[in-house]
Design a protein around this ligand. Sequence first.
Ligand SMILES: [Cu+2]
Length: 396
Amino acid sequence: MNRRDFFKAGAVVSSIALAPQTLLAQETKASNQKRLPSVLNPQMDGDVKVFELFVDIYGQELVPGFTLHTLAFNNQVPGPEIRVNQGDKVRVIFKNKTELNHTIHWHGLHVPWRMDGVPYVNQMPVMQGQQFVYEFVAEPYGTHFYHCHWGTLLHMQSGMYGSLIVENPDDPVQKQFPYEREYTLLYSAHDVNFIRNELNSMLERMKERTYLMKNGRFNKERFAVFDSKEELVKAVKNGYQPPYVVNRRAPAELPEPNWFTVNGKSYPSTPNLYIRENENIRVRLINGGTEEHYLHLHGHDFWQVCDDGLPLPQPWQMNALRLSPGKTLDIIIEGKNRGIWTFHDHDIRKVTNNGLYPGGNLLALVYEDMPAEEADPGMMAKKMGLTSFPIVALDE
Ligand SMILES: [Cu+2]
């Protein structure tokens, strides 16, 4: 074998070795699927679609080597996607497997008011071991979500949110921008120390409460439970200090998010969006967290087509959008500029993991039909005279 042939052979071997690591590899796409919300299948009871959700404490791996104890629907963060058709009769059987109280709020849906999930306004909280059945007709169509409405500040950033997509066969978006593939991305922000501290103190408090109740020694004032406003006023006059004056609720302890996730994962574990040339993809963006996100796509202008599930009278073209807490926005990306492009939060604090860049809300739009030699990340390395090229770059 002469010198030139030896190098040729070497090049072939190295490109085979690189192939499974490229962003376009089948393995990568398969693992990406796991980072998109799984869809929850209903059982049919006559013409009613019956879904089962439970909440439990669950260890969610945000990135390799960092697992956060969360409150999660069906042991997933975000909770599984519920996907129904407009006008469907929906029943959700919700079971509470934790010591804490919870409810489910159907964000963006026009449910009967007793199904709205606000504790003490629409319903009693769903307590330890209890079950509550939500029933409603799926209206209106569009991108919505569900989340816990008890201890919302803690429970939402602990993972209790999931997408709820109501489909419409006459969807104007599909008519204007025909698409075959769509993605759901749920954004959130987490102060992991706040979650740890609050979750632990709440669990301790609930244990104490359950013990005292069982032994007939439950003190309403101690747990801020009153049967009427008059009872509260009387207690305050007698020296009771409501939670809003105790140290635990001081503003200094409000959460300061230090982890930012897309579908429960932070970069480098975030999912990618795959597209082909001349294809339209629909991306449903949901902010289930407490922070603003300024999402910017490189190399493209995209169309914003829906706002809070409602189709816009006139789609807008842009390349950066603001996703406020509680908003859902739908966008169409047209496959017009092949390559691997970043789609990320332009609030730079939110592309960090605990203050270290890069991390957080950073993912890629990947053209999966790019010629292999163009997509080969080894190409850049070869041009620089290097033998390998890192797919995941951390500690820069
Ligand atoms: Cu909850």
